[in-house]
Design a protein around this ligand. Structure first.
Ligand code: ATP
Length: 258
């Protein structure tokens, strides 16, 4: 199925990524529920003005700093991530020496294999979390995702779980993992319980994180200081203030027209 919307269409980007998710769904990479989650993300992106705010850049910088100083960083890959930005996911993993582990809420061997292929096509050299490798468990999760790869999430200190559900994020935190997430909804349980919450669209966040990683690696900035000075509660508050002020501005623009 080809994508035929012209670039001049005012919603080109949004339609392009919808197409990517749809393609992911057709090839077993994304779950049906992933389509719904994507729509919820789009709604919040509207409210955030569909651009990366300062608080997102600050969280992205702290996240990259954390991945770079981590002893055993892991990027947890689900169907939406592999549908939307497989190349950028692989590139960020390489730059930060993070392992890539497939971890699914709606688990099936077929989906794991489809995601494996998407990551491999995007250039990944090593991928964890294949069905035969899920021999360890993370306690306190009562579904399939308690199963993890003993070489990956089980021994990770920092875990990057973009587009994640709340139960799992909370379980990872309870198991003493430091958690980074990307979630356009600052009210979700994931956003509220992660250590670093990037309130941004994954399609903007990942390329920006790659650039940040290049810059931080070149600079002599103290990465630990960046993490120490980071305050996730403030970032969440700023994201809600941004939604609030955007709505007030929009409502004023509309009422001024009358
Ligand atoms: P929680 O379980 O954390 O309370 P939830 O039930 O919304 O939240 P999911 O549906 O599993 O959890 O998570 C998907 C999350 O990902 C949603 O909060 C959605 O806003 C967000 N999301 C979807 N698409 C994107 C995207 N492209 N970029 C960033 N976030 C996204």
């Amino acid at each position: 199925m080809s994508f035929s919307v012209p670039k001049s269409h005012p919603r080109y980007e949004s339609l392009y990524y919808r197409h990517k998710i749809e393609e992911g769904f057709r090839s077993d990479v994304a779950a049906a529920a992933g389509l719904i989650a994507h729509g919820r993300g789009e709604a919040f992106d509207y409210l955030l003005g569909e651009k990366s705010s300062d608080f997102a850049i600050e969280a992205q910088t702290a996240a990259v700093a954390a991945l770079l100083v981590a002893e055993s960083p892991v990027i947890s890959v689900n169907g939406n991530l592999a549908s939307l930005v497989p190349e950028a996911t692989v590139e960020l993993a390489e730059l930060t020496k993070a392992k890539l582990e497939i971890n699914l809420f709606y688990y099936s061997d077929n989906r794991v294999n489809a995601i494996y292929k998407a990551l491999e096509d995007a250039g990944a050299k090593q991928i964890y979390g294949l069905p035969e490798d899920l021999t360890a468990t993370i306690p306190e999760i009562d579904h399939n995702r308690r199963k993890v790869d003993p070489r990956g999430i089980l021994i990770a200190d920092w875990v990057f779980v973009p587009l994640e559900d709340g139960d799992r994020t909370q379980a990872l935190v309870k198991n003493n993992k430091k958690v980074i997430t990307v979630d356009l909804n600052p009210l979700s349980r994931t956003a509220q319980s992660a250590n670093v919450t990037i309130v941004n669209n994954i399609v903007r966040a990942l390329p920006e994180m790659i650039e940040i990683a290049h810059n931080l690696k070149k600079s002599n900035q103290d990465l630990r200081k960046i993490i120490e000075n980071y305050n996730n509660k403030q970032i969440l508050a700023q994201s809600l203030n941004k939604i609030n002020s955007n709505l007030q501005d929009l409502s004023k623009t509309i009422s001024d027209k009358n």
